[in-house]
Design a protein around this ligand. Sequence first.
Ligand code: NAD
Length: 469
Amino acid sequence: MRHLYLDGAWRPSTSGESIDVINPATEELIDRVPAGTPADVEVAVAAAREAFPSWSATAPAERGRILAAAAGLIRERSDQIARIIATDMGAPYGVAMRVQTLMPAGVLASYAQLAETYDFEGGRVGNSRVLREPVGVVAAITPWNYPLHQVVCKVGAALAAGCTVVLKPSEVAPLAAFALAGIFDEVGLPAGVFNMLSGHGPVVGEALVTHPEVDMVSFTGSTGAGRRVASLAAETIKRVALELGGKSASLVLPDADLPAAAKATVANAFLNSGQTCSAWTRMIVHRDQYDEVVRLVVEAARKYTVGDPFDEATRLGPLVSAAQRDRVIRYINRGQEEGARLVAGGTDRPLERGFYVEPTVFAGVEPGMVIEQEEIFGPVLTIIPYTRGEDEAVAIANGTPYGLAGAVWAGGEQRAVEVARRLRTGQVAINGGQFNPRAPFGGYKQSGLGRELGEFGLEEYLEIKAIQL
Ligand code: NAD
């Protein structure tokens, strides 16, 4: 069994118990990681606390140099890391490489650069100097769907800011986090600055969230677990950043480029087998263009070949686990019971082995249906008609408890931006605008609190001090 990374060394967990790591394409056991304990958490937090004074006083440019070296090693080992992610999480190798490995390498490099360029010292208000100081010991708790990217979004920002970190990656697909811990060790991050322990959320996660020596919790995961984290953290008045679920809309105005909207919405909804928090899973289309869009979407969805993550023809890998596959199948059944029309995919098993689900599209979806309201987290796209004007389309887009991302498709950019302003959501792509890994990312409403990425992401990990002169 593997060891935990605590206080600058690989150490066995005090529990001796392990968690199986399963390859979702083959259903085979591929590894075992320790089920960490509250006693392991004590060691990790004590190490992070001990390392804080010296790391927070290290020149930001030096912090940046170490992070840049780590980003360089991720790039250098991108093939190995992408293979790890394709194997324990199931993303097709190309996605595992481009989105799951090279993107986080870029994000880490951007934090390395920000550590050098950000003005930690410079603010002035009248007779006060305003300093920005690291918040302290950060507990980072991450999900399995982007197992390196979600980690780097938090750890890169926290370390650049001068915080020390205890990471608890997801117990599902944890191996990329182990690879990253090895890289941090190799580039000479001082002992205790970064610690990593695997384990179950209610055990290790809650021990971190309630620990009086942890100053901030940065959590990415489901809204239910996020709610629990926020309420537990309130006891010790910790700062809490939450990146939670989503049910984002792709809103198509009548004069939009329909083929472009259909193709990009399907690609976005099915990326990573639909296991993406910001996925556009609700396509909102005027009744007059509805049949045409459904036809285009079904045509695009049929091109999503399901298969082995290492097969070049594969565009849709398995879901991460049997539990996730079963959950998605339950939602597909539910959609049919609610009266939505299945126009692609369904509940058939596309392959004998592996946790696969067909690329699935529902038409005739009404606002308020369960499949229109709840995050399914699988390759399931819903298409919702509107009959009146833009106001109705915007109301449907805003009509869930979530507000993470979205898209607007329209003939003119200015009109699309006006609609984007009306969406209660943290990001909006106009006519296929590309994802920007330095732009602030995060949710309105129950999609979360705070922002990740770029300067806004860095600032989540900073306290503000005013010194009167
Ligand atoms: P999850 O909530 O089950 O688990 C996320 C992490 O929290 C894991 O490390 C887990 O062990 C831990 N955890 C679970 N219960 C906990 C508790 N009581 N206390 C402390 N930690 C606990 O989520 P998941 O299934 O791993 O990931 C899927 C969810 O994550 C989806 O809802 C998705 O939308 C969301 N997500 C959001 C973003 C975003 O940026 N908004 C990004 C990726 C994923």
